[in-house]
Design a protein around this ligand. Structure first.
Ligand SMILES: [Fe+2]
Ligand SMILES: [Fe+2]
Length: 227
């Protein structure tokens, strides 16, 4: 609820920064393609043929979304006189193997739910603006994501054996996601901090470096050179 409200509030800023809309569509395309890769592995590794076929159907939708978002990104780039971007070179996190099928499904379900919330907000924003083309992109994708959200929940309940156990699996997945975000943000912050420290220390070290450079010339003039 809070996240949805925040997305609504930030929409005018996020979508109107020059070049940001194209970049955002590219990031969506990247995320969709990461899902394709993870679902491909899931379809290969699940012991159930029925679930494998559901993962395959799901990944076909995500592949379609990858292209929808990439096309939108490149259309916006063209309008700004920019070259088109190629298909995203996404990677995957081996989530099925790392988490096991229950947690994988819980993780995918949470992602789909978040996607539904975001795309609903974006579709509403562009519809209000009168940009029916962009709005319909999100509405189209949203129809698939809603179905993904529903079937992943059904499969999760089936695998866990009850709704209560599925709820616990979702809570565990939320905790795992939070820890992963914290680690990622921590890493990003550390590298930024390192950059700031280097920048601030560099002027202090500069006189010492200049002295080092100047010293051989001074030594030569004073006859200290061994040559
Ligand atoms: Fe998608
Ligand atoms: Fe999806």
């Amino acid at each position: 609820m809070l996240r949805s409200l925040l997305t609504d509030i930030l929409n005018p800023l996020v979508w109107n920064l020059p070049g940001n809309a194209a970049a955002k569509f590219y990031r969506f395309s990247f995320t969709e393609y990461s899902s394709v890769l993870d679902l491909t592995l899931a379809a290969r590794l699940t012991p159930s043929n029925d679930r494998a076929s559901q993962y395959l159907r799901h990944l076909q939708d995500e592949l379609k979304h990858t292209h929808i978002f990439l096309n939108r990104c490149n259309k916006l780039r063209k309008e700004r006189g920019r070259k088109p971007r190629s298909a995203p070179d996404a990677d995957y996190e081996n989530l099925f193997e790392r988490l096991g099928e229950e947690q994988f499904l819980a993780f995918v379900h949470l992602g789909e739910k978040r996607g539904c919330m975001q795309f609903t907000s974006y579709a509403r924003y562009f519809s209000k603006k009168g940009d029916t083309q962009t709005s319909s992109i999100f509405t189209t994708v949203l129809a698939d994501e809603t179905q993904h959200m529903a079937y992943t929940h059904d499969l999760l309940v089936e695998l866990c054996g009850s709704r209560q156990k599925a709820k616990i699996a979702l809570l565990k997945a939320q905790a795992w996601e939070a820890r992963r975000s914290w680690m990622r943000n921590g890493k990003a912050l550390t590298s930024k901090l390192f950059f700031v420290i280097v920048l601030s220390v560099y002027p202090l070290l500069l006189p010492y470096k200049l002295l080092q450079i100047a010293r051989p010339a001074a030594q030569k003039e004073s006859g200290w050179s061994s040559l």
